[in-house]
Design a protein around this ligand. Structure first.
Ligand code: GLN
Ligand code: ZN
Length: 759
């Protein structure tokens, strides 16, 4: 018999119960006991859902982040947390920080957050230094084991492996992280022995770094780790996900563990090689259901892959989703408004586990034992394949006929820049903002009423126009040079466009955890993408009608729309991206025709689409940059294209960024004190740049001097003729009381610079 198991279940709850419990707890509305109870209720619910599996995960639940849980279990919360506080308080101090409220309370900075591999989940970065000393605190995990067992579940604790844990963390004093391995392994051994005492048979130990490019030092660390953890009394299931093992394949097979889990979605063609290399005492867990996407599995196709493996491994074969189901929504049944066609094609976490059972049955008792389920599945797969909702011949033809000229501006930058300057007549150090202005309650209310049909279109339009008038008047008062309409009509920079494009669907409850209590609801791109009608022109045109100063048209770029959505799996991502790029290109051209002189195309998520292995970066960048260029470059020379990216790690992709050929790029820099600009010492960025001088993530109002200082730093690296003055990102999360003085100071900073530096 093949066994089934799961690597992890979403924690947030079908109705986001965890989010609401956490937020009530943080506001002081419920106590710790009530929060713990909410956690317990959710865990039990999740185990009940998974109860058909042979092994249920324990330790995958978390109040904030499983990496932070690991840090706490290893006695490695940042030293700044209050030693006298209880564990839960310490945990939230590390995750959220603590404001210095009264005289004696000092401020505690939260741990840094960063993306979990190539997902949109953020983890709290472990901190290391030469003084780091680990200690074992597995109480919480063991309590949860007991909890699951008292409900009679067969459990498999889940741990982040020691080597991935080190790899994910940051050395605060440049200590070599691997120097900490020895001590860390002793602590892991202690925890595993503790679990063995609880009669735990299997422990899932996640080493996702096995799908990245590892130096020999890190490979040796894995060897050392698993040799030293081989005799703790539990069986270890070494777990990899999010990609192919490639050069680490042999290593993963040979490490002395009792089992190995591989991602057979991203590395289907490695499966047989793994079987070849796998020592005969090991079990192999094949991650056969996609844990990163929302499509139904083609069960027959999966069986085609599994059956030969089953033949060779027999009982040594386990089945699972490719990775934790943390990255997909919980239950398709909570969707009331999805249309039936599309619902028919989808599987969320609960449905994915059902698929797993069908596959196990088919292997154990033959496909005929689940003939009706397989048949139903085939029908759904076929309906999707042939649906006219998915396929649009005109879009396909247009994509086929993309010629290289489509992605080229008419003239080179230098020539365009001169034409644009004559057309726009901007001062030196032109000032602008990134697009959004504060989203007030009034704005949210209007959007909601309109969505619910409580507000007529005309009335809604009037309210939005009033917001635009307000934003334009404020900007004129502040004397900014290039204005924006303020994005009042958008609740989200991707959803706003997705809702107006063909080929997108939206869920009511398809929440996926982003960090802590924050969730996102990614759109589902199910079909060929096209734009039935203009999406932003009326707002921008209205804003432009109120002033002679240029108003920027404001769009989200194709790569960002792609990277923040669930993407169809029946064609390469690059192809879907091209389709989006053509749709947004149409909008660009319409804006230009409507008299808009400057158009900004945001690519906030370009960097996060980079593959985990650097050797695959160029292929991604090639099509991603090409897509941006298709979107942007149809305009005439005098139209100025801006792009915006809200991060600062550019060093390794600067050439690709330059190849986008936007006339102006605005980027985040203020938090790093312009450190980022170091890259421009070695690389002469050809076009204009607006390094953000105002950190919009903080409520603090930046002073004129601080911004002048930042700009002077920037002017050391960038030709001052090419410098723009702007905040780090959009201002929608701020309040006008913060924004106004900050922008006032920013405009003064630009003026003072003009006086001091301008030729
Ligand atoms: N134009 C968007 C805004 O200002 C950009 C947001 C982003 O880059 N995340 O809100
Ligand atoms: Zn941004």
């Amino acid at each position: 018999m093949v066994s089934t198991h799961n690597l992890g279940f979403p924690r947030i709850g079908g109705q986001r119960e965890l989010k609401f419990a956490l937020e009530r707890y943080w506001r002081g509305e419920i106590n710790a006991e009530a929060l713990e109870k909410a956690g317990k209720t959710l865990r039990l619910q999740h185990w009940t859902i998974q109860s058909g599996l042979d092994w249920l995960p324990v330790g995958d639940f978390s109040f904030y982040d499983h990496v932070l849980d690991t840090s706490q279990m290893l006695g490695n919360l940042p030293a700044r947390v209050d030693k006298n506080a209880d564990k839960l308080t310490q945990y939230f101090q590390a995750s959220r920080g603590q404001a210095g409220s009264s005289c004696c309370d000092h401020q505690i900075a939260a741990a840094e957050m960063t993306k979990w591999f190539d997902t949109n989940y953020h983890y709290l970065v472990p901190e290391f230094s030469a003084d780091t000393a680990f200690s074992a605190h597995p109480e919480r995990l063991i309590a949860q084991v007991t909890e699951a067992r008292s409900a009679s579940y067969n459990v498999k604790p889940v741990l982040i492996g020691p080597v991935s844990y080190l790899w994910l963390g940051k050395s605060k004093d440049h200590t070599d992280k691997l120097a900490l391995l020895e001590n860390l392994l002793a602590v892991y051994a202690g925890i595993l022995q503790e679990l063995a005492k609880q009669d735990i048979e299997w422990v899932q130990i996640d080493e996702p770094i096995l799908v990245t490019e590892l130096t020999p030092e890190w490979q040796q660390a894995l060897q050392k780790a698993y040799f030293s953890l081989a005799k703790t009394g539990v069986k270890l299931l070494l777990t990899t996900y999010f990609g192919q093992l490639q050069q680490n394949l042999q290593l993963a097979c040979e490490l002395p563990t009792a089992g190995l889990h591989i991602d057979a979605i991203n590395a289907a063609d490695e499966t047989i090689r793994v079987v070849d290399w796998l020592p005969s005492h090991k079990i192999l867990s094949v991650g056969i259901i996609n844990g990163r996407n929302i499509w139904k599995t083609d069960l027959n196709q999966a069986l085609d892959l599994l059956e030969p493996v089953h033949k060779r491994l027999g009982e040594r074969l386990w089945l699972a989703p490719s990775c934790s189901l943390l990255h997909v929504p919980i239950d398709l049944h909570s969707e009331q408004n999805l249309d039936d066609d599309i619902r028919d094609w989808l599987a969320f976490a609960v449905q994915k586990l059902d698929e797993l059972q069908v596959l196990a049955h088919a292997l154990n008792a033959g496909r005929s034992s689940v003939a009706s389920q397989l048949d139903e599945n085939t029908q759904a797969i076929m309906r999707r394949q042939h649906s006219t909702r998915v396929h649009n011949t005109a879009v396909k033809q247009r994509c086929e006929s993309i010629r290289p000229e489509l992605s080229k501006r008419q003239s080179v930058y230098a020539k365009r820049a001169a034409i644009q300057q004559a057309y726009l007549q901007l001062p030196d150090f032109p000032t602008t903002t990134i697009g959004s202005f504060p989203q007030t309650n009034g704005i949210r209310q209007a959007r909601k009423q309109y969505r619910l049909g409580q507000l007529e279109r005309a009335e809604y339009q009037q309210q939005m126009q009033a917001e635009i008038r307000f934003a334009i008047h404020k900007q004129l008062e502040l004397d900014l040079d290039v204005l924006v309409h303020g994005e009042a009509e958008r609740n989200d920079m991707v959803e706003y466009f997705g809702q107006q494009l063909q080929g997108f669907a939206f869920t009511d409850n398809g929440w996926v955890q982003s960090y802590g209590s924050r969730c996102v609801k990614p759109p589902i791109i199910f079909g060929d993408v096209s734009r039935p009608s203009p999406m932003t022109v009326e707002w921008t045109q209205y804003a432009q009608s109120l002033t002679d100063k240029p108003v920027k048209g404001m769009l989200t770029g194709p790569v960002t729309i792609l990277n923040w959505s669930f993407v169809r799996d029946d064609q390469p991502r690059s192809k879907t991206c091209k389709q989006i790029s053509l749709a947004i290109r149409d909008e660009v051209m319409d804006l230009e025709r409507a008299g808009v002189k400057i158009i900004q195309i945001d690519e906030a998520a370009l960097r996060e689409g980079l593959p985990l292995r650097q050797s695959q970066w160029q292929a991604y960048l090639d099509w991603a940059i090409e897509s941006f260029r298709i979107t942007a470059n149809g305009v005439s020379d005098k139209t100025q294209i801006h792009t915006h990216m809200c991060y600062s790690e550019f060093n390794d992709i600067i050439e690709a960024i330059a190849a986008m050929d936007a006339d102006v790029i605005t980027i985040e820099t203020s938090r790093s004190q312009m450190e980022l600009l170091d890259v421009f010492r070695d690389f002469e960025y050809p076009n204009a740049i607006g390094p953000g001088v105002y950190d919009i993530h903080s409520p603090n109002i930046p002073s004129e001097q601080s911004m002048v200082a930042l700009l002077k730093l920037a002017a050391q690296r960038i030709n001052q003729q090419k410098l723009w003055v702007n905040p780090d990102c959009g201002l929608k999360t701020r309040r006008w009381e913060e924004v106004e003085p900050a922008l006032k100071a920013m405009v003064s900073a630009a003026r003072s610079l003009r006086a001091q530096l301008a030729a």
